[in-house]
Design a binder for this molecule. Structure first.
Ligand code: NAD
Ligand code: TYD
Length: 357
């Protein structure tokens, strides 16, 4: 993919270019999760003529209440199912979709350290099932939603799309493997695939096992805030709607066979971010507890997003300062949402994850 990989046929090197008002028939996978549900909201409010089907297995991270307000929209429909289910995927794809956006994944690094198997099944095998289904059905665009974590950790330059893949967690390795399968389907079969690699997202509907919602909801519950190691690991935090807009632009103008990094250069240490959240909430810094570090913990992610900005005109619209405050307010206002999510299976996970740390 990317430089030196114009693909197998000239017909595939053109841009998708959908600015002619063409209706897009989208199959979104993993649309009941954090970014997927934000993306479905984004599409339905920005494209009156697009149709969206959402295929989601509803794992612990999938939550249909994220989509309560669009359930009755005639442009939207939901199908419960697993991307590993070849028959189901093939049946769905025979219904005439032109674009697949693959969000479906096991997405949490700490869970991948406890047990990598579901990550291999969904992130690698599931992606191959979708790629094969897409190939059989002659899809126009397969967009793989990937992550900056495939590049590993950097203490110098920001990652470009040419940076070597060097994943360090089972999660990151499974996403890198999926990216390589996407590349192979482009090179071998000419399947029009595009990969996006985004940095850490934050915003509404994020499952509270991830840092920001975990800190906000723990602080609201007056519980300790666990910080791994020295808290000086750096992430580039992007507001989820900026990521959704990047995907939308890639669907409309992206070049098949290409990779696009997505990031905003908003690098923060974990400690800096957590103190900011506690400050917004009026809670003391003393709520922070330093716990044992995550094994293989990546020190810093940094994204160079020049390509998507220069070639497709994408720019972030949200500043960290205001979007982080809006995000905290969202969790304050949606207490019933996170209280429900934090009960059940999550309680069990939390005990296993943090006891003895
Ligand atoms: P999430 O864990 O919140 O949601 C994942 C969704 O996928 C859930 O709804 C789950 O039910 C569904 N799912 C899981 N396995 C499935 C299967 N086998 N078949 C069908 N559906 C299945 O994840 P997220 O944070 O919304 O991330 C979405 C995608 O974006 C992932 O591919 C992730 O790697 C990528 N990504 C995430 C971030 C981030 O900061 N969260 C950053 C960059 C890229
Ligand atoms: P996370 O939200 O899990 O995203 P990722 O590991 O994919 O970047 O974690 C973000 C950072 O916060 C990461 O450096 C790990 C750290 N972290 C903690 O210090 N404590 C926690 O309880 C969690 C969940 C994460």
């Amino acid at each position: 993919m990317t430089r030196g990989s114009t693909g197998p046929g000239t017909g595939f090197t053109r841009r998708i270019n959908r600015n002619n008002g063409e209706t897009v028939r989208l199959l979104v996978t993993g649309g009941a999760g954090f970014i997927g549900s934000n993306f479905i909201h984004y599409v339905l409010s920005h494209h009156s003529d697009w149709q969206v089907a959402n295929l989601d297995k509803l794992t612990y991270a999938g939550n249909l209440t994220n989509l309560d307000d669009v359930q009755s929209d005639p442009r939207y429909r939901f199908a419960k199912g697993d991307i590993n289910d070849r028959k189901l995927v093939s049946n769905l794809l025979s219904q005439g979709f032109d674009t697949i956006v693959n969000f479906a994944a096991e997405s949490h690094v700490d869970r991948s350290i406890m047990d990598a198997s579901p990550f291999i099944e969904t992130n690698i095998v599931g992606t191959q099932v979708l790629l094969e289904g897409a190939r059989q059905s002659g899809i126009k665009l397969f967009l793989q939603v990937s992550t900056d974590e495939v590049y590993g950790s950097t203490d110098s330059n920001a990652f470009t799309e040419e940076t070597c893949l060097a994943p360090n967690s089972p999660y990151a390795a499974s996403k890198a493997a999926a990216d390589l399968l996407c590349r192979a389907y482009w090179r071998t079969y000419g399947l029009p695939v595009i990969i996006t690699r985004c940095s850490n997202n934050y915003g509404p509907y994020q499952f509270p096992e991830k840092l920001i919602p975990l800190v906000v909801t723990n602080a609201l519950e007056m519980k300790q805030i666990p910080i791994y190691g020295d808290g000086l690991n750096v992430r580039d935090w992007i507001y989820v709607e900026d990521h959704c807009r990047a995907i939308d632009i890639v669907i409309q103008k992206g070049k098949p066979g290409e990779i696009y990094n997505v990031g905003v250069g908003s690098e923060r240490t974990n400690l800096e971010l957590v103190y900011k959240l506690l400050d917004i909430l009026g809670r003391p810094k003393s709520m922070v507890t330093f716990v044992a570090d995550r094994p293989g913990h990546d020190r810093r992610y940094a994204i160079d997003a020049t390509r998507i900005s220069r070639e497709l005109g994408w720019q972030p619209a949200f500043s960290y300062e205001s979007a982080i405050g809006d995000t905290v307010n969202w969790y304050i206002k949606h207490e019933a949402w996170w209280r429900r999510v934090k009960s059940g299976e999550y309680l069990d996970y939390y005990k296993r994850m943090y006891s003895g740390k």
